[in-house]
Design a protein around this ligand. Structure first.
Ligand SMILES: [Zn+2]
Length: 428
């Protein structure tokens, strides 16, 4: 049985009689064997042993000198060996795979990576090498020609080499699962690009005023434009992160004239093209637009993979409403309303007021509990506990029968919603 050593030597002699290779590129072809040894060391060892074997062959039969010369020309070490027999010194050819540029390439790439990273503040990173470079093509050709199964790709070696050096020079950690920065390298052009993953922050806003929508004003006219939007208040947080893009992922939306009290409404802010991934959340709060009406609490950073789960979470809400009735009401009416809307399923078609931007459809939502207080014959104050997504104003006035049952329907009186406050959200 042939030993692994003699198998590697004989394969290497076959390869090297045809192709000149630098030690690193040769070592990489047999990277599966020998742990903790660099490809350069491995390649040098193989070259040395191959020449020793050829020396043995020449000593036993001088006809083997041609083979020794061919291989020696392509390995670039031990020139004295051939000179001893033929008096002709060997010449060193360029490595077939990397054109003997690999060491310079590593130095150049490292330089560029470090220079790119100087524009960012990140804690973790991963290096990726673009597939399909000329070097990689030649490497794959050679592997296929000699049917090798013990090789490591140049992409993998460079990722590791650059990763180790970046870690030791910049003190940041490679992270293959959730890197903050992705370094992509093009081996043909030696272009290096660093992009950061988006930053997601789970926050809550409390809205003390009644004139602030979440985002931009839908009307073209400036008339009636609200003084402040949630988006405007949050937008300056791009500054500490040095982020170019900003987006709010809404977890539901209240009407602009509804106050949000209590623990606030959860919202996710996404920041893209972020330069600084090391911002302390305590600092973020200081960067929101100062104002009297909207308070934002920043809870935690979240990962992209959790975004969908958080967004699809069901919620229950408690609202406080002030309602005006066209007809006078009695205590009996109040009792009736509370009885009718205990664990009651309500069917709602899309409200007429938003039909122009939402599809007309019917949904069923549940009202769990209603507590009502008659302030005088015409004014009611109430607390409603219901499913998130229920249109609470329509629950009151019925929206021309599109919400049923409605409070107006049960009380047989036209009802006008004066005030709505969202006072608590339960996340389930
Ligand atoms: Zn090479």
């Amino acid at each position: 049985m042939n030993s692994l050593g003699s198998e590697i030597i004989s394969k290497s002699i076959n390869i090297l009689r045809k192709y000149p290779l630098c030690s690193r590129c040769l070592g990489r072809l047999f990277a599966k064997y020998g742990l903790g040894v660099s490809n350069v060391t491995r390649g040098n060892a193989i070259k040395t042993l191959a020449l020793m074997e050829l020396h043995r062959l020449v000593m036993s039969d001088i006809k083997n000198l041609t083979l020794l010369k061919d291989v020696s020309d392509n390995v670039g070490i031990m020139p004295q060996l051939v000179s001893k027999y033929s008096g002709v010194s060997t010449s060193k050819h360029k490595c077939y795979i990397c054109s003997s540029r690999i060491e310079d390439i590593i130095v150049e790439l490292l330089d560029r990576v470090i220079s790119e990273f100087s524009k960012f503040k990140v804690n973790t990173f991963v290096v990726s090498i673009r597939k399909g470079s000329e070097i990689e093509k030649r490497e794959l050709e050679l592997i296929s020609e000699f049917n090798l199964d013990s090789w490591e790709s140049i992409r993998r070696e460079l990722k590791r080499e650059l990763g180790k050096k970046v870690k030791s020079l910049l003190g940041i950690e490679p992270d293959f699962k959730h890197p903050e920065a992705l370094v992509s390298v093009d081996l043909d052009t030696l272009n290096v690009k660093v992009v950061t993953t988006p930053t997601y922050i789970l926050c809550r806003y409390v809205k003390l005023g009644r004139k602030s929508p979440q985002s931009g004003w839908v009307s073209n006219s400036e008339a009636g434009k609200p003084p402040l939007t949630i988006e405007e208040v949050l937008n300056p947080i791009t500054k500490p992160f040095n982020a170019e893009e900003f987006e709010i992922h809404s977890l539901g939306k209240e009407d602009y004239d509804v106050r949000v009290l209590g623990n606030g409404r959860p919202t996710i802010v996404e920041l893209r093209k972020v330069k600084d991934k090391s911002v302390n959340l305590n600092e973020v709060g200081k960067s929101v637009l100062p104002n009297e009406y909207i308070r934002v609490l920043f809870d935690k950073y979240i990962e992209r993979k959790n975004l969908r789960t958080i967004k699809s979470r069901k919620s229950l809400k408690i609202y406080r409403l002030l309602i005006l009735s066209k007809n006078p009401l009695k205590v009996d009416d109040v009792e009736k309303l509370m009885n009718e809307f205990s664990d009651r399923i309500v069917r709602q078609r899309t409200p007429t007021r938003i039909l122009r931007r939402r599809k007309d459809m019917e949904v069923t939502k549940k009202v769990y509990d209603v507590k009502v207080r008659l302030i005088d014959d015409y004014i009611l104050e109430m607390l409603i506990k219901c499913d998130g997504g229920l249109y609470v104003k329509e629950l009151v006035h019925g929206d021309y029968g599109r919400t049923s049952p409605s409070f107006s329907e049960i009380l047989n009186s036209e009802l006008i919603v004066l005030e709505v406050d969202l006072i608590h959200i339960f996340q389930t």
